[in-house]
Design a protein. Structure first.
Length: 510
């Protein structure tokens, strides 16, 4: 085994040669996942037209990837600690590229959902490995803060590159092409990473706990499925049963981990207020944002009539703000305090979402662009600092599992956000009153209404589109208000839970 750091933490270990070049390879993996997550929103209208999914199937296409990742992140992070983080990263990147091809050529909604789920399995190997390798590459606290900032900034840059590149592709090719842009990134990552990345693993990991893996997966999927189905269709026995089984599985997972000498996840970490506060802040932030972000591309294209590339460029301010904030977040947290930076960032995001409650079909870009810039900046400050808090709070040998907790909060928040806020948008949208002759498919999604309107007489088509777009915007405004409430609550929680928390290498603050 090649260790990334000497156990004694000497200066030579801290200042490992080539660490910044190795970081450049790690951020490619982040770029891979971020691009995939953002291009789907732009492609959704085209997927709707081609595959004709129902409203529920469309939500599954959007969130099954996050369901699977949320269920497997801890297991895959722990597996990387055991078999080697470099090994699992390169294997996951190869699988991610191959499965992107399957997504690109899906021919039915069911196949698309299955392909997204398999992509989630591969994606679960990537993010924990990248953060864990950063923890082991950068032992100096200030260097690690900058490295984590670059890691987060790259994720944000990927969020910008995805829509722009995807929009350019959709101008000239079919929707499947947006998934194929993963292939060149994957190829560079694997070929260069095999040479540059050092291997690291837990020297005394214990056996991999397969029952724990299954309990974790069953618990996460069961609970998220229950929330999603209840939000979409109201209380029902099958959703309640799934939720109860999920809760029982997670309870069994926690109990099992407490009894194992070498657990998949040391759940005692959650007794640390700073660790728990950082994880909760991440989960609530993404929950409040994801439902809105998922539908924003549809608003820009199907309501305001922007072309795919134009819609991608319209979302650029969020990434610009996040990149800028991520690069200075560590320094700001040391100069001010962890809780001030995290809580202030979340409050800014909440206020920006509140401003979007006045959105209508003709809302000008200055309001949209300014709100997106504030959202990106606030999220960039918060996510970078919470990731640093989580990483610095655990020993290096547990970096993979701890990183997985951070990413689980992110993916679980995304799944719940799409399920809850997405269901709010869908629920409001389905209630619109269309003209006589409106087909049922028009009530499933806005893309379905646009497709149906193309086959109706001009007066009926115009009336249908007018009613459908107004209902969609009403749902989007309501989702923005709910997201704002969640973000402001997260800001308040972070202020109390992160009291006294500090980053390594900085002074403690009250």
């Amino acid at each position: 085994m090649t260790s990334t750091l000497r156990p004694d933490g000497t200066t030579e270990a801290v200042k490992r040669p080539g660490r910044w070049l190795a970081l450049s390879v790690l951020v490619l993996a982040v770029l891979l996942v971020a691009v995939d997550a953002t291009v789907l929103g732009l492609a959704t209208p085209y997927i709707t037209e081609d595959l004709e999914p129902s409203g529920t199937q469309l939500l599954w296409i959007g969130d099954v990837y996050s369901f699977v990742i949320a269920g497997l992140l801890v297991s895959m992070g722990s597996l990387g600690d055991r078999i080697g983080r470099k090994r699992i990263l390169l294997a996951g990147a190869t699988a991610f590229g191959a499965l992107s091809v399957l997504n690109a050529y899906a021919t039915t909604p069911e196949l698309m959902i299955a392909a997204r789920a398999l992509l989630g399995v591969a994606g679960a190997t990537l993010m924990p490995a990248t953060l864990a390798l950063i923890r082991n590459l950068f032992h100096d606290p200030r260097e690690r803060s900058l490295a984590v900032g670059i890691w987060g900034a790259t994720a944000s840059a990927g969020a910008a590159v995805g829509p722009i590149a995807g929009g350019a592709l959709l101008e000239h090719f079919w929707w499947g092409s947006v998934f194929l842009i993963n292939l060149p990134v994957m190829a560079v990552l694997v070929l260069v990473g095999a040479r540059l990345l050092p291997e690291s693993r837990n020297p005394d990991p214990g056996p991999w706990d397969l029952p724990g893996v299954l309990l974790s997966l069953a618990g996460m999927v069961g609970i998220v499925y229950a929330v999603k189905e209840t939000a979409a269709h109201g209380a029902a026995w099958d959703a309640a049963a799934a939720g109860l089984l999920g809760a029982a599985a997670l309870y069994g997972f926690v109990r099992r981990q407490l009894t194992l000498p070498k657990p998949l996840l040391d759940v005692r970490l959650f007794r640390r207020r700073g660790f728990s506060g950082a994880v909760l802040a991440d989960l609530l932030t993404i929950l409040g944002l994801s439902g809105l972000v998922f539908f924003l591309s549809q608003y820009l294209q199907l309501v305001q009539g922007r072309r795919p590339l134009e819609a991608g460029l319209a979302e650029l301010p969020a990434a610009v703000g996040a990149v800028a904030a991520g690069l200075v977040a560590g320094r700001a947290a040391r100069r001010l305090s962890v809780r001030a930076v995290v809580s202030g960032g979340l409050a800014a995001v909440g206020l920006a979402l509140a401003a979007l409650t006045v959105i209508d079909r003709s809302t000008g870009y200055p309001l949209l662009g300014a709100a997106l810039l504030v959202v990106g900046t606030g999220a960039g400050f918060s996510f970078t600092v919470t990731a640093d808090v989580i990483l610095s709070g655990v020993p290096r040998e547990q970096a993979g599992a701890a990183s997985a907790v951070s990413e689980t909060a992110y993916e679980l928040g995304a799944a719940l956000g799409i399920a809850l806020l997405g269901s709010v948008v869908t629920g409001v949208y389905r209630g619109f009153t269309g003209p006589a002759g409106t087909p049922a498919a028009a009530h499933e999604s806005l893309g379905g209404a646009v497709e149906a309107a193309a086959h109706l007489p001009a007066p009926t088509s115009a009336a249908l589109l007018d009613a459908a777009r107004q209902a969609f915007v009403d749902g989007l405004a309501l989702a923005a208000g709910l997201g704002a409430a969640v973000l402001l609550a997260a800001s308040a929680a972070a202020w109390f839970l992160l009291r006294g928390q500090r980053l390594e290498g900085g002074a403690e603050h009250p």
